[in-house]
Design a protein around this ligand. Structure first.
Ligand SMILES: O=c1ccn([C@@H]2O[C@H](COP(=O)(O)OP(=O)(O)O[C@H]3O[C@H](CO)[C@@H](O)[C@H](O)[C@H]3O)[C@@H](O)[C@H]2O)c(=O)[nH]1
Length: 467
C-alpha cells in the first residue's frame, strides 16, 4: 500500500521545530507502515533564535531510522530592514516571501504522494490558503497552551465588547484575567502583532484541526470550552487535538564522551539543593538587571546554576561574565554557584536530582518540561505570552511561585525581590509545599497523558486517523 505523506512546516525556533518533529516521530512510531514525513526546513528566520544544537538535532533525527527527512528551504533576504524583529508579523512576512518555494516543494511532494497532509506552525498559517488551492488538508500546530489559543480565538469578541481594560473574563477560566497579565501583543491593540493574532486566529479556523502541545489534566476546562466552540462566534471550531506534553529528551551531548560541565557540577550537589535560572532562547537582561539577579541569588544563600546570555544581534550572545557580573561575584560564590555563559541542555538539567527549583521566563516548553520533571517554578515572564502563562501557572494552577515583575516599569526586578523569590521557592513554607505537591501530581499526570491509553495518546491516534 502506498504511504500517505505528512509535511511539517515549523519555524526553526527551539520550542517549535522540536515540538513538531517529536510529534511526527510519535506518529511514525505507531504508523510507520503508512506514513512518510517531510519537514520543510527553514534554517534561519531573522530575529528568531535557532534551537540549541539545531544541526546536531536534525542530524540525529535523519539517522533515527524512521521515514522522516528534511527538505531545506532557501535562505532569503527579509523584504525590509524593519521586518527582522522576530515578531509574529515579521515572521509571517518572511514566510510569505518563501511561499513560491514552499508551493514548489508541496507540488513536488504531491506529484509523488497524492495523499498528503500538511501541519503548519501557527506562525506559518499564512500558508493555509496556498495549501487549500493545492487541495492539501492542513492542520495548525499551536506551540503554546490551550488558554493562549482560547485568547487568540476569543480576541475579536473580547476586545469588541470590552471597553474597560482592567480585567477580562474568558469562558473556561475560573479567574478573571488582569489586563497586566495579557500577552504583550494584546496590551498594544494598535500594534501589527495584535492585528496579526486576530487575523491569523481566523485562519486557524479554516484548518482541518488544531493540534495543541498541552494535556487534559493541565487545561481540562479550557480544552472543553475550545471543543464546545465557546471562543468562536459565527463559524464552527475545527477539531482540537491536545497531544502534549511533547518534549525533546534527546541529548546530543550523550553522543559526546564527556558529560557537559554543568552536569558534572550538578553531580557534586545535594538532592534538591540547586536553583536553576534559564530564560529560553531569547531571554536576556540589561547589565544592571544582571547585577540585581546576582545580588539576589547571592544573598538568598542557595546554590544556583544560571544560564546567562546577553542581548545580541541577530540573537542573544554568550555573556562575558567579568564584564556583566558584580565585582568578585564569581570568586565569592565559587563554592555554591555556577554561571554558564551560554545555552545549556535544559531538560537534562531539569531531570537532575540536584535541581530543586527553576526560575523560568514561562515559555510554554519550559513550563511543560518543568512539570514533566516535577520541578517547581518561580515565574519571571519577559515577553510574548509569558505573562499570561505565568499568571495561569501561579493563579489558576498553583504550579509556580510568583516573582513580582513590575511590568509598568519595563519588567525590572530588584535584587531583594529575586532574593525573596528564591528563598520562597527553595524554602518549606506552606505555600511552596502546596506548589511542590501540585508539581508532583502534574509530573505523574503529564507522563500518564502520553502513555498508551492516556488522553494525549488517544488524541494523537485520533489525529492520525483523520489524515
Ligand atoms: O539554554 C537553553 C535555553 C532553552 N532551551 C530549550 O529551548 C526551549 C525553549 O522553549 P520555551 O521555553 O518555549 O521558550 P522560548 O524559546 O522563549 O519560546 C518562544 O516560543 C514559545 C512557544 O510558542 C512561547 O511560549 C515563548 O513565549 C516564546 O518566547 C526549551 O525546550 C528549552 O529546553 C535549552 O535547551 N537551553
Amino acid at each position: 500500500m502506498a504511504k500517505k505523506g505528512l509535511v511539517l512546516l515549523p519555524i526553526p525556533a527551539a520550542g517549535h521545530l522540536k515540538a513538531m518533529v517529536e510529534t511526527a516521530l510519535k506518529l511514525l512510531h505507531h504508523h510507520s507502515d503508512v506514513l512518510s514525513v517531510t519537514v520543510l526546513l527553514m534554517n534561519s528566520i531573522p530575529g528568531v533564535s535557532l534551537a540549541p544544537n539545531h544541526h546536531t538535532y536534525i542530524h540525529s533525527i535523519t539517522s533515527s531510522g524512521f521515514d522522516i527527512h528534511f527538505e531545506e528551504l532557501p535562505l532569503i533576504d527579509p523584504p525590509h530592514s524593519d521586518e527582522k524583529d522576530g515578531s509574529p508579523a515579521s515572521i509571517s512576512l518572511y514566510i510569505q516571501k518563501l511561499l513560491p518555494h514552499i508551493n514548489a516543494s508541496l507540488s513536488n511532494i504531491l506529484s509523488s504522494t497524492p495523499s498528503t497532509t500538511l501541519i503548519v506552525d501557527f506562525f506559518a498559517s499564512t500558508v493555509v490558503d496556498e495549501a487549500k488551492k493545492l487541495g492539501i488538508s492542513t492542520y495548525v500546530f499551536f506551540t503554546s497552551g490551550a488558554a493562549m489559543l482560547a485568547l487568540v480565538l476569543y480576541g475579536p469578541v473580547l476586545f469588541d465588547k470590552k471597553k474597560s481594560m482592567e480585567v477580562f473574563e474568558l469562558p473556561g477560566m475560573d479567574e478573571p484575567i488582569p489586563y497586566l497579565s495579557l500577552p504583550t501583543s494584546f496590551t498594544m491593540t494598535n500594534s501589527a502583532s495584535f492585528s496579526w493574532f486576530l487575523y491569523h486566529g481566523r485562519r486557524f479556523l479554516e484548518t482541518k484541526g488544531m493540534i495543541i502541545n498541552t494535556f487534559t489534566a493541565l487545561e481540562s476546562q479550557v480544552i472543553k470550552a475550545l471543543e464546545d466552540g465557546l471562543y468562536v462566534h459565527g463559524s464552527p471550531t475545527p477539531p482540537i487535538y491536545p497531544i502534549g506534553p511533547v518534549i525533546s529528551l534527546q541529548n546530543p551531548s550523550n553522543e559526546e564522551k564527556e558529560q557537559h560541565e554543568t552536569i558534572k557540577w550538578l553531580d557534586g550537589q545535594d538532592p534538591g539543593s540547586v536553583v536553576f535560572l534559564c530564560f529560553g532562547s531569547m531571554g536576556t537582561f540589561t547589565v544592571s538587571q544582571v547585577k540585581e539577579i546576582a545580588h539576589g541569588v547571592e544573598r538568598s544563600g542557595h546554590r544556583f546554576l544560571w544560564s546567562l546570555r546577553m542581548t545580541g544581534l541577530p540573537v542573544p550572545s554568550n555573556a562575558l561574565l567579568d564584564e556583566v557580573l558584580p565585582e568578585k561575584f564569581l570568586e565569592r560564590t565559587r563554592d555554591r554557584g555556577l554561571v554558564w555563559p551560554a545555552t545549556v541542555h535544559q531538560t537534562e538539567i531539569l531531570a537532575h536530582r540536584a535541581v530543586g527549583g527553576f526560575v523560568s521566563h514561562c515559555g510554554w516548553n519550559s513550563i511543560l518540561e518543568s512539570l514533566w520533571f516535577g520541578v517547581p517554578m518561580l515565574s519571571w515572564p519577559l515577553y510574548a505570552e509569558q505573562h499570561f502563562n505565568a499568571y495561569r501557572m501561579v493563579k489558576s494552577h498553583g504550579l509556580a511561585v510568583e516573582l513580582r515583575v513590575d511590568r509598568k516599569d519595563g519588567g525590572f526586578v530588584s535584587g531583594e525581590e529575586v532574593e525573596n523569590g528564591v528563598r520562597v521557592l527553595m524554602g518549606d513554607s506552606e505555600e511552596v509545599k502546596k506548589v511542590k505537591e501540585r508539581c508532583g501530581q502534574m509530573k505523574v499526570e503529564s507522563r500518564r497523558a502520553v502513555e498508551e491509553g492516556g488522553s494525549s495518546f488517544v488524541s494523537l491516534q485520533r489525529l492520525a486517523g483523520s489524515f
